[in-house]
Design a protein around this ligand. Structure first.
Ligand code: UDP
Length: 244
């Protein structure tokens, strides 16, 4: 079921709706989602994902069924600026961190599906010191067989989280959410890619000076050179936006 409460502007990028709201508006909206009927599938979109959607109808369909799409990367912010639309960049990893910070004070029940066992163990061991008394009601690594899915869905339903972070990579996590959202009836479902790898310290985030120069993508390439092929989507995205 799609949520319909939106009192902010939407822009369109390569046929994809993008929600233009501030970080505080988004956090308030996600917290209030507990009191609304239905679930909210939040996508934090970067240029790579937008380009993939423009090329592959299955990915476009996944984005079209999402309720909120926000700009995760500078590429999306830049592309919208080409149309005269100014939006705040809202990196998924920062949202995840903010929601963990809010959990004790707002009684937010959180759940994680995905990431490696090492990442999850490292992250969970850091929770008490970093975030305090977080209600992490479910966590499971992302290396499971299709036959285990029914049991995973049942366990998440039983845990009754307010927010489920799905860390299976793009677009698998979006497809997983789309497939199970009705049965899960979790208020907020969010694909978070490698966020827990970064938050646990297994993968480093770019230093502040590189982030300021919008070179986060370059730092990522240095850390994971095997991503170079995937990152060819970035120049293709730029060309496509300039031609549209
Ligand atoms: N992952 C997983 N199960 C898998 C494959 C990947 O849980 O079968 C996790 C992986 O450990 C990593 C995340 O999914 O934490 C994907 O991270 P990536 O940085 O590739 O995310 P993307 O850029 O695709 O959003």
């Amino acid at each position: 079921m799609k949520t319909e409460f939106k009192n902010w502007p939407q822009a369109h990028l390569l046929g994809i709706p993008v929600d233009c709201l501030t970080r505080q508006m988004l956090l308030d909206y996600l917290l209030d989602q507990r009191g609304r009927a239905g679930s909210c599938h939040l996508v934090t979109m970067n240029a790579e994902m937008a380009y993939a959607a423009s090329q592959e109808p299955e990915i476009m369909a996944l984005l079209q069924q999402a309720d909120l799409i926000i700009p995760d990367g500078i590429g999306v912010v830049w592309a919208l600026a080409q149309q005269g639309v100014r939006v705040q960049r809202l990196p998924g990893v920062e949202l995840v961190e903010a929601l963990f910070q809010l959990s004790p004070q707002k009684n937010l029940r959180l759940a994680i599906l995905g990431s490696s066992p090492q990442t999850l163990a490292a992250f969970e061991s850091q929770i008490p010191e970093r975030f305090g008394d977080v209600e992490l009601v479910y966590s499971r690594n992302g290396y499971f067989q299709p036959a285990e899915e029914a049991e995973i869905v049942a366990a998440i339903c039983e845990a009754r989280p307010d927010i489920l972070f799905v860390a299976l990579g793009v677009p698998r996590q979006e497809a997983w959410i789309a497939r199970h959202r009705e049965v899960l009836s979790v208020p907020v479902l969010m694909g978070v890619g490698g966020s827990f790898d970064v938050l646990s310290g297994q993968l480093q985030r770019a230093p502040a000076w590189m982030r300021r120069l919008h070179l986060e993508w370059f730092f990522r390439l240095l850390q994971q050179p095997s991503r170079w092929r995937r990152m060819l989507a970035l120049p293709r995205f730029v060309i496509k936006v300039l031609r549209t």
